[in-house]
Design a protein around this ligand. Structure first.
Ligand code: FDM
Length: 243
């Protein structure tokens, strides 16, 4: 991919077990970055608004039952459909001129134009905070016993985050927090396995934050962690690659 020396938005991912506080901390981080004047959007996976997302939602609420590999690939497809979209009209602030000559746009044989949606957002200077990403995909599916390399394969080629913020909480503590909502994976025994599968993916590039601290302390640590990553981001956007 052609790299640009122009500054771009940052790709910030929040990960952690169910009830680790990701969702409320993502919103707080959004307000903080907006307050600093950064154009920022909050996305989450699964994105239940798409047709793939609705299949995932039905599965999670036990309304449908799918094979482990099938649901794994649907979660991944749900990320791919935000990585690359084929409907120009879906993209509201699209600056066609700016991207016409770049490889973020592909003309297809069926006449539609394909856009690297996520990449375009970042190159338009929009920072994306993402509540769950590929690491959830790999952690939850490998916790069921699927081979971790098999789980990682469909994630290759999605955009790699600039920073992964992991909200670390013992599964027992998470279970105590106001109870789980009753979705398929919200069970202590399974969450223990998921925690191990997160650990298997965690490397030095992750920022691990103790999610048992008071909410404001976590919020402050997340702010400090992202600050360096959102100002003058010039490094090229990378893909997730095979490790
Ligand atoms: N989940 C989430 C997966 O199993 N794979 C994935 O790729 C993603 C993104 O879906 F239990 C699981 C994690 C969680 C459930 O997530 C729904 P939310 O954050 O509660 O919507």
């Amino acid at each position: 991919r052609a790299s640009s020396s122009e500054s771009r938005g940052a790709l910030i991912v929040l990960e952690g077990l169910d009830r680790s506080g990701k969702t409320s901390q993502s919103s707080r981080l959004l307000s903080y970055l907006e307050g600093l004047g950064h154009s920022t959007e909050l996305w989450r996976f699964p994105d239940r608004s798409t047709s793939v997302g609705q299949m995932i939602s039905a599965y999670l609420s036990n309304k449908s039952h799918l094979d482990d590999r099938t649901i794994h690939l649907l979660f991944s497809a749900n990320r791919w459909e935000k990585r690359v979209t084929v409907e120009v009209s879906l993209y509201k602030n699209f600056d066609y001129q700016k991207f016409q000559d770049s490889n973020e746009l592909f003309s297809r044989s069926d006449g539609f134009t394909q856009i690297s949606l996520m990449e375009t957002q970042l190159k338009n200077g929009i920072t994306l905070i993402i509540d769950r990403y590929s690491y959830s995909g790999v952690a939850f599916s490998s916790a069921k016993g699927l081979d971790i390399e098999w789980c990682k394969a469909p994630e290759v080629g999605l955009l790699a985050p600039d920073i992964v913020l992991y909200l670390d909480i013992p599964p027992e503590k998470a279970a105590e927090r106001g109870g789980y909502g009753g979705e398929r994976y919200e069970q202590l025994e399974f969450q223990r396995k998921v925690a191990k599968c997160y650990q298997a993916q965690c490397d030095s590039s992750w920022k691990v934050i103790d999610a048992c601290q008071p909410i404001e302390d976590i919020e402050k640590q997340l702010q400090d962690a992202v600050l360096d990553h959102v100002t003058d981001v010039c490094q090229p956007i990378e893909d997730i690659d095979k490790q």
